[in-house]
Design a protein around this ligand. Structure first.
Ligand code: G6P
Length: 372
């Protein structure tokens, strides 16, 4: 087992370090000689994909958070409405699904029973199903109309890391492919986004190399019993995933919130010393989201919070209000989750390790849940 861990203390640690490769491999071989996206595995007729008027992403756990990121990207690039739904909720609410609905099932294992049941239900209603799957030969791709494989390699640790980044990457590829097919974007815009995407593994590597500071912070927080996570736009699913990782690995009560929701309730939770992670959007992004999130940091700090901020290199506006800053390289807004989640993964792993817990096999959890 030590050899399989490649010199790392845990599979999780190894898999975090595998992430640049997982993203690079998931992008491999997706374009033809002219640079256009080609998805060979997609056996759904192009005319059907052009006619799609709604996308529903179904998934569970971490995979569902990759679906939240997919929603922001696909809606922005393709102008198709995207819903994200937990697979176990989808089927039981009598969802509105027909021939023009594209259901995207996201799953690392390809065996999650809740997700499989959602796939079956969608197809019974006439929808086409594309699955984004990491495990070849698993059940869900066999029961889907088409599959887009993530190439993260086997993921052993129960808590998902590299599969998550690969799922987000595959969702971007799918979004750009649909934008190309439906003529929502010019080929050069798609080419530019693909270039940015191909540059992400290098940036993820940088975040991993900065991990020691995150680990040291985590070790100093071994006694924490409640940690909050705030994010906005694509930073919101990152906050949810950061909280999930901390629950799964360190058994700490952790909650993720949309930063804009703070004043509508969660701010009541802030008292002296309360640790709050905040994922800060790029200051170069649109819509003044950056300044709104910086104001949130200011507000919670004024109420005693200990602010742990994830911000882009060069974002000096956050400095006065941050107790700790975990810097990530600059990236286009929609691609930022691939970087911002990495310090949160490392934090949860290091805190669990500091508590003497088994990070690869957390209590009560299974890698793949094959019962409903
Ligand atoms: C289990 C695992 C989670 C995972 C979820 C979905 O609950 O513990 O880490 O995110 O299943 O798994 P899937 O294989 O469908 O991605």
């Amino acid at each position: 087992a030590a050899a399989e861990k490649g010199g790392f203390d845990s599979f999780m640690d190894k898999e975090i370090h595998d992430q640049p490769q997982a993203v690079a491999d998931t992008l491999l071989g997706r374009t033809d000689a002219s640079g256009a996206l080609v998805l060979d595995d997609l056996r759904i007729d192009e005319s059907v994909l052009r006619a799609v008027n709604k996308i529903i992403v179904v998934a569970c756990g971490t995979a569902a958070y990759s679906g939240h990121v997919a929603k922001y990207a696909i809606e922005h690039w393709c102008r198709i409405p995207v819903e994200v739904e937990l697979a176990h909720e989808f089927r039981y609410r009598d969802p509105i699904v027909d021939e023009r609905t594209l259901v995207v099932a996201v799953t690392q294992s390809g065996e999650t029973m809740d997700t499989l049941m959602a796939v079956r239900h969608a197809r019974e209603q006439g929808a086409k199903v594309i699955s984004i799957v990491n495990t070849h030969g698993s059940t869900i791709p066999r029961e889907s109309d088409a599959v887009l494989y993530t190439h993260a390699g086997p993921e052993i640790a129960v808590a998902s890391t590299k599969a998550f980044l690969a799922q987000i990457t595959a969702a971007y590829v799918l979004g750009l492919y649909l934008a190309q097919l439906r003529g929502n974007k010019f080929p050069d815009e798609i080419g530019a986004l693909l270039e940015e995407l191909r540059d992400m593994p290098r940036k993820i590597q940088t975040v991993i190399e900065r991990g020691e500071y995150v680990r040291a912070t985590a070790r100093s927080m071994e006694k924490s019993d409640k940690v909050l996570f705030l994010g906005r736009h694509v930073g919101f699913p990152v906050a949810l995933e950061g909280a999930l990782k901390l629950k799964e690995l360190a058994y700490i009560h952790a909650e993720g919130f949309a930063a804009g929701e703070l004043k509508h309730g969660p701010i009541a939770l802030i008292d002296e010393g309360q640790p709050v992670f905040v994922v800060v959007p790029s200051p170069r992004g649109r819509d003044s989201l950056h300044s709104k999130v910086v104001s949130n940091i200011q507000e919670i700090r004024a109420r005693g919070a200990r602010t742990l901020v994830i911000a882009e290199d060069g974002d000096d506006a956050v400095r006065p209000y941050a107790d700790e800053i975990f810097w990530i390289p600059q990236a286009p807004t929609l691609l930022q989750p691939l970087l911002a989640v990495v310090p949160l993964q490392i934090f949860a792993m290091a805190l669990a390790t500091a508590k003497g817990l088994d990070v690869d096999q957390p209590r009560n959890l299974a890698k793949s849940v094959t019962v409903e």
